[in-house]
Ligand binder design. Structure first.
Ligand code: SF4
Length: 347
């Protein structure tokens, strides 16, 4: 049977206003079953039930952080697992979604990378994370206005499915999100960055996880051949900006003694010269066995000051959900302190 959420909203079954009703049930009400779509004729509900699956997940568990963030652990229909993180702020609700089970990029500081690659998620499994999180939080799906493709996986290596998911997120009859509120993060797939620049109808924001300004250090952090060299990435970033005119965010996870030297801050400023960018410094979030430590606060400040002095637009991003294993680089299908199983709830 086909997963309904895998379809583009324009291809949903039923005609005319019945299709609109169906879309309304799925994306506004977050309906869990076809049977509950009470304004559709019983016969149509039965036909839908016979042909389509509505729910991409077999099981959903949650871990709640003291800062309000919630990690969602999804078991897919084939038994594989992946995660999303919900982050409620005072003025907005943000979700970080996964595009893969595991990740082939294998960034050395990232717990997801240590899992290896499982498989790509389908468009419906990506969009389904938003619906499931809204259901779990007791809010309407459209209340989640900000989305980042920064969970498990390298979105550019699951390009088609990620773009299909984005089209559903943006579609006015589906989730109706604003393109300015969706960010796609890549660890450096030059071909994908160039392709994204051509997706005029999408207009997603781009974040590049650079993590180092010199190739030797970057290869220590991202040892696989899955990603491109810094020169190739920067070439693609400049082409992207020439086409779109959009600012690019550069993510920089701060690893003590590895990429936090002041000469690297100077080199980063040289590298980004002429590019309209914003640098996000992210203290590394620890996990058991990572072998890395976060840069100290004073060294982060010195790195920040160096970039600022060089005229860079820079900020330090404090990750949320650390105690729930939900912060950047921590997603690995684990409960924080496995003995504390009572932290987990079931949706
Ligand atoms: S940081 Fe992102 S790209 Fe790197 S291994 Fe983790 S999930 Fe993959």
């Amino acid at each position: 049977m086909q997963l309904l959420l895998d379809l583009h909203p324009d291809q949903y079954p039923l005609e005319g206003f019945r299709r609109k009703q169906l879309l309304g049930w799925v994306f506004e009400q977050g309906a869990g079953t076809f049977g509950g779509m009470t304004n559709l004729p019983a016969e149509q509900r039965q036909q839908l039930e016979a042909q389509y699956l509505l729910n991409p997940f077999r099981e959903i568990e949650t871990v709640r952080s003291t800062d309000g963030s919630v990690k969602y652990l999804f078991t897919l229909l084939d038994g594989r697992q992946m995660e999303a993180v919900f982050m409620p702020y005072l003025d907005r609700k943000t979700i970080c979604v996964s595009t893969m089970v595991g990740c082939p990029a294998r960034c050395a500081f990232c717990a997801t990378g240590a899992m290896g690659f499982g498989r790509n998620l389908t468009p419906g499994e990506i969009v389904g994370q938003v619906l499931a999180v809204a259901g779990g939080e007791g809010i309407e799906p459209r209340e989640i206005r900000n989305l980042v493709f920064m969970g498990m996986g390298e979105a550019m290596l699951n390009y088609e499915h990620t773009m299909a998911a984005a089209r559903t997120l943006l579609h006015p009859d589906a989730l109706g999100m604003s393109k300015r509120r969706i960010t796609l993060s890549t660890v450096g797939i030059a071909k994908g960055i160039r392709r994204l620049a051509e997706e005029d109808d999408l207009g997603l924001k781009l974040a590049i996880s650079l993590h180092a300004p010199d190739e030797d250090t970057r290869r220590k952090i991202i040892p696989t051949g899955a990603v491109n060299s810094i020169a190739e990435i920067m070439g693609a970033a400049r082409d992207y900006q020439a086409v779109t005119g959009r600012r690019i965010t550069m993510e920089y996870t701060m690893l003590r003694g590895i990429n936090d030297h002041l000469w690297q801050a100077e080199l980063l400023a040289d590298l980004l010269r002429g590019l309209v960018s914003h640098v996000n410094l992210i203290p590394m979030n620890p996990w058991d066995g990572s072998g890395f430590e976060s840069t100290t606060e004073s060294d982060i400040q010195a790195f920040y000051d160096t970039l600022q002095r060089r005229g860079m637009d820079v900020s330090v991003r404090r990750s949320r959900g650390k105690d729930a294993g939900a912060a950047c680089g921590q997603l690995a299908l684990k409960r924080p302190g496995a003995a504390q199983g009572d932290q987990f709830g079931t949706v």
